[in-house]
Design a protein around this ligand. Structure first.
Ligand code: GDP
Ligand code: ZN
Length: 312
């Protein structure tokens, strides 16, 4: 019996596409009931998982996955079918890159903050890239400078690109090189355009139907990992615009705001929710300008949305 260590590149639910350490691609499936007691998810195996496989058919490169290695981290969203279960979007990530735009379409600060909170909760370092710099006028330049300041102050890397004018593309490549990166962003921000720049030889992705799995599964609904020509991997998650805050409770939300996490111990009450409590160090910092009021506003909004989820 030949066994192999491999990484999952693609999943359609019943079949997986994996790559072994020699770079050979395999069609893999799970034998019988596959239990992963890590978390209760709707998919036992996700893109990015490190697995052990048994070779079933060497000539046709068919194998069976029998072990999944412990995940370093993962990103999940609420299952569209079962509200209280997770769907693991991707695992073993070095970082997540959010592509945002200041106009056409405008990515809101609230959306960015939700993304950042999820990244904090899932222990995935986050980078924010503002694309379509070529369309900016004075107003957007000022806005970018403001947001860059807010996010860099609290430890996030922020950059501006123009894919159309090939601006800062080398910077993006340097960020992605030799790492496994999850790409995120609203549709229309330039994600496909960036993928086309990174993978010039990649065939047209949209509308492509996966040949090996049959069943006419549309590639655009499943996460897929790609090897970068200069080293590293990118995971594209079409159809997943936002990964949810599935695991977060109201009481722990402030921990996922780095600027709050650092100050929380100074609050008078150790169960302070930073809303209306006396002696709150967070509110004091917001008033004094040490914490961005926009970020605090996002905190309140996200907190409110978590409460609504709890009631349902
Ligand atoms: P996706 O939905 O995120 O995959 O976005 P696309 O890559 O399809 O881009 C959406 C639109 O934005 C297309 O019309 C692109 O040509 C355009 N676009 C992408 N990058 C840039 C850019 O840097 N500058 C400008 N002006 N338009 C861009
Ligand atoms: Zn407080």
């Amino acid at each position: 019996m030949t066994t192999l260590t491999a990484t999952v590149y693609k999943s359609t639910g019943s079949w997986y596409l994996t790559k072994d350490e020699q770079g050979t691609t395999w069609k893999a499936r799970i034998k019988g009931v596959f239990k992963n007691d890590d978390i209760s998810s709707t998919n036992p195996i996700a893109v990015g998982d490190f697995v052990e496989m048994e070779v079933e058919n060497e000539a046709e490169k068919v194998s069976t996955i029998y072990t999944i290695k412990d995940r370093i981290n993962y990103v999940a969203r609420q299952s569209p079918h079962t509200r209280h279960r997770h769907h693991i979007v991707a695992s073993n990530l070095d970082q997540s890159l959010l592509i945002a735009t200041l106009k056409d379409p405008r990515t809101s600060l609230g959306f960015i903050d939700r993304f950042l909170v999820a990244c904090e909760a899932y222990h995935v370092p986050a980078i924010i890239l503002f694309n379509k710099k070529d369309t900016w006028r004075k107003k957007e330049e000022i806005q970018f400078a403001e947001w860059k300041e807010i996010y860099e102050t609290i430890g996030y890397q922020v950059l501006a690109t123009s894919i159309h004018q090939q601006e800062a593309i080398e910077e993006v490549k340097a960020i992605l090189a030799h790492k496994t990166t999850l790409l995120s962003g609203h549709s229309g921000v330039g994600k496909s355009s960036l993928l086309n720049v990174l993978f010039p030889e990649m065939k047209l992705r949209t509308g492509e139907v996966s040949g090996w799995s049959g069943k006419g599964l549309h590639t655009t609904t499943f996460a897929e990992m790609h090897d970068l020509p200069f080293g590293g991997r990118v995971i594209d998650t079409p159809g997943v615009r936002e990964f949810g805050l599935v695991d977060i409770e109201r009481g722990e939300l402030a921990q996922y705001f780095p600027e709050m996490r650092n100050l929380m111990n100074d609050c008078q009450f150790n169960n302070c929710q930073h809303m209306n409590e006396p002696g709150c160090a967070i509110k004091a910092a917001v008033q004094e300008g040490g914490i961005s009021s926009d970020r605090f506003y996002s905190y309140m909004n996200i907190r409110e949305s978590i409460r609504e989820n709890d009631w349902e």
